[in-house]
Design a protein around this ligand. Sequence first.
Ligand code: HEM
Length: 397
Amino acid sequence: MVGWADMLGFLPYGEQFHRQRKVFQQALAKQSCVAFRPSQLSQTHMLLKKILQDSECYEEHLRRFSTAVIMEITYGHKVASDDDPYIDIAEGTNKIIVEAGHSLAIIDFFPWLRYLPSWFPGNWFGRLAKDSASFVENMRDMPFEQVRRQMAAGNASLSFTSMQIEELEQNGGLNPEDLQTLKVAASQMYAAGAETTWSTILIVIAALLTNPKAQRKAQNELDSVLGGKRLPEFEDRSSLPYLEAVIQETMRWHPTAPLGFPHSSTAEDIYRGMYIPKGTTVLANSIAMSMDDKVYNNPTEFRPERFLSPESEPPLVGIDFGWGRRICPGRHLADPSVWIVIASFLAVFEVVPIKDDKGQDIIPEFKWLSGISSHPAPFPCVIRPRSGDAVQLVARL
Ligand code: HEM
């Protein structure tokens, strides 16, 4: 009803599904995503500066980072200020995801409701869908057409959209169907990629706040590689196994999508003696898998060491990005974004609890919210530079 039925995440198997998956799989293959690293790095540095200037608004800065990086990668647009129209597009999209996801779910249970006219008394969901649909149309057209104009003028930056248009041109020209597939795919990059990335980073920070030993150990590892003299680069990743384990453990401790994304059975089936009718909503219970004490020892404990030798508990398979034919196509883009932000954050800052009147730490109880992903509501904490040298590293950027 909001005009998203043709987005990959909502498409059943079929020709459109294959066309869109192909676009993502080509453009966001592991090797292709290397081209986007400069944007990820420069936006991370911008984020460090913002946190240094105003650490209390850390959550807002993280949201802004996620949006800016995805807009730059998708359309080559550099977000310049807080009132940038591309920020409005991303925020409006998130609002629709949350509002439509919660309020319009009623239509899934009573499909006939969608045929009520929007003026019908009490039909607030019809009006919500109508308003959202015109926003969705604009959020698809405006940035896409901008890239096409820039390409025609010869001044388009490298981006997912410009690279794909160029490829279509080289392979025999642009037809309206291909352009439409690409436009829909591009708009989905930030619908599916901005909030999930920001949520994952926020969950890592929550985990670090409540697990100071793990935080210190990750910082010591970073110091041993960087010598406190420079900020992390993507090439440092293989030298930082503990940091890797911290990120893995965070995704196990609180998966960003604790119930995956809902799927629907395309045919009736029998699974372990249970009859599943066609059209049943099926959820992959990721959080149950990550908290399975037959797989993970003492699963509620946050312990990155479980993924390192000698413990070497099984790595996460699918808990973070899903499985099979519907596995997240943005994973090779999202994973380096999360890594570079956490590595850079820990190289420069520490996150510690606030104190009560008696000087005792106040450990926050996280309130988990849901949108497209699960994330903690803003929690009180202090984020401060680790040293004067760390401040200098950011000041020099
Ligand atoms: C840390 C960030 C991210 C997380 C945790 C995440 C997680 C997921 C998960 C769990 C799924 C469902 C897979 C399944 O159904 O089995 C999914 C699907 C999807 N993701 Fe991501 N994702 C992230 C970032 C991104 C980014 C950056 C993009 C941008 C391209 C993206 C695009 C998509 C799309 C289009 C789907 C639907 C795929 C389909 O239905 O075939 N995601 N993601």
